[in-house]
Design a protein around this ligand. Sequence first.
Ligand SMILES: [Zn+2]
Length: 334
Amino acid sequence: MLKLTYKCTIALLLLLSSLTMAQMPMPPKVPIWDANKVELRLQKLSEDVYAIIPSTVGVETTTGIPQATTGGFIVGEKGILMVEVMLNKRLFDQQMKLIRSISDKPILYAVNTSDHGDHCFSNYLLPDATLIIQNEFAMENLSKNYEGIKQFMISLFGKDRGIENSVYRPADIVIPKNSNLKVELGGGKVVELMNIGTAQSPADLFVWMPQQKIFWAGNPFIAESPAIPWLFDGYFLEPAANLRKMYDLLPEGTVVVPGHGKITNKAGIKYTIDYVEALKEQVQKAVSENLTLEQTKARVKMPEFNKGYVLFDWLHFNFNVPNAFKDISSTQNK
Ligand SMILES: [Zn+2]
């Protein structure tokens, strides 16, 4: 009986989430970026450490055009750890070609920093021996909801971009919330994988090389200004706290590979922190004055942060303000 109720609840939740998806407000342009056109490039960050970035990031990050997923890889004595596997086979093949232009060592590990398809949908193309590392929630969500995530990715990144072909391949190593894992690749290449909780979604995983001071930020830090965070997974207060916590943990001189933009540094990702903190403060004020969500949206327009990011209105008014309002009103009015 209990099990049946549980199943019904799950079915209802799935139904609700597919309804939510069907009604999800759409960005001004679909696909947000085109995985059939993106060209990936190599950028050396340190000895044996490389970022893989879209060719357009140098120009378009600053002009506010949403960019495809960044990744990278680290070559140790024992083999290679790659960060992200990209949305489709076309981009995965480009990534592999770039890796093979540097080293023919085995790919020991592939890390996905999110359960969104642009970070993990090409796992099925990895060599059999490669171990996939994810946040524990990411693995659980992908195992239960792969088709739903696929439809979500197709809705934002388009049909016929190879998303349809993705096949679920489970992670081999998962990192629970508030845990870290250190991978020793040999030759002074230590990679720390950090699950500090929700910073965009509960599936986030940060990649940190303490000796080299190189940080793969994934979706929580999308890009430097004028990009604002994509807090569209339904969370605000936990991301707000964790973005600040992660930012504070990074030492000066850190090289930051953001989730979707050009290589930057702490100053470059400060814009995300400033936006989130200003949003929090303004929504707190609105809630304390008992404004409704609609009134809050009308007041908290934050033009000082609207500096030409193509997705500003879509993210700010449909997700960031409503999620902040939901989280803040549920704690503040208790
Ligand atoms: Zn992404």
